[in-house]
Design a protein around this ligand. Structure first.
Ligand code: SAM
Length: 211
């Protein structure tokens, strides 16, 4: 099938070629039908080496960035993961292939609603979504083994650090709209100590909201 071939090529040429090697992540990237998460007019571009517009001025991230962020979380299968910025629902679907339960929050209602409908249609029954400001996390389901934020924040939101389990990992782009943004890996040690390191420079849409 055409899209399966494009997916395999995407994994080989964009993702393995840039050093992603976690076999579970590669398998998830080969499985999730990315073309269904973009508009019909863009389906043939869905496996290209770039982000694509979805709607409401938002984007579905470049495949390599999705793989990089996912690999950095070092997921093994038993985790409960929070995603901030559901967008198209694609990253949530990739995570759902890899973990026990995904919770995903989107601030723009029509986007969140559309993603929820699509994920239901695709039978992802281990993803729960809601509309809201992800800066504050999702208290009811905390703490999380891992957190991924897919919009750029000016700082790491304290409620997300709070809601990360000791031993947990968070990946988040940090930096202003017109500044260089860095993808950060934030690790919470078992004793609660926070260690942060930069993974790479990135460009994301901003984390919005009232905070
Ligand atoms: N993960 C998405 C995907 O796979 O399609 C890509 C997300 S896009 C780069 C970032 C998303 O974060 C947008 O849909 C945007 O509306 C959302 N967003 C921005 N600020 C937010 C906030 N405070 N809480 C929740 N979502 C937010």
């Amino acid at each position: 099938m055409k899209y399966q071939r494009l997916r395999n090529e995407m994994v080989t040429k964009q993702i393995i070629a840039r050093g992603i090697s976690d076999p579970r992540v590669l398998s998830a990237m080969r499985t999730v039908p990315r073309h269904l998460f973009v508009s019909e007019a863009m389906m043939d571009q869905a496996y290209g080496d770039f982000p694509l517009p979805i709607s409401a001025g938002q984007t579905i991230s470049q495949p390599y960035i999705v793989a990089l962020m996912t690999e950095a979380l070092q997921l093994t299968g038993s985790e409960r993961v929070l995603e901030v910025g559901t967008g198209s629902g694609y990253q949530a679907a990739v995570l759902a292939e890899l973990v026990k339960q995904v919770y995903s929050i989107e601030i723009i209602e029509p986007l969140g609603q559309r993603a929820r409908d699509l994920l239901n249609k695709l039978d992802y029954d281990n993803i729960e979504t809601r509309i809201g400001d992800g800066y504050y996390g999702w208290e009811e389901h905390a703490p999380f083994d891992a957190i991924v934020v897919t919009a750029a924040a000016s700082h790491v939101p304290p409620p997300l650090i709070e809601q990360l389990k000791p031993g947990g990992r968070m990946v988040i782009p940090v930096g202003g709209r017109f500044q260089v943004q860095y993808l950060l890996l934030v690790e919470k040690a078992m004793a609660g100590e926070i260690v942060t390191r930069q993974i790479t420079a990135v460009r994301f849409v901003p984390l919005t909201g009232e905070h």
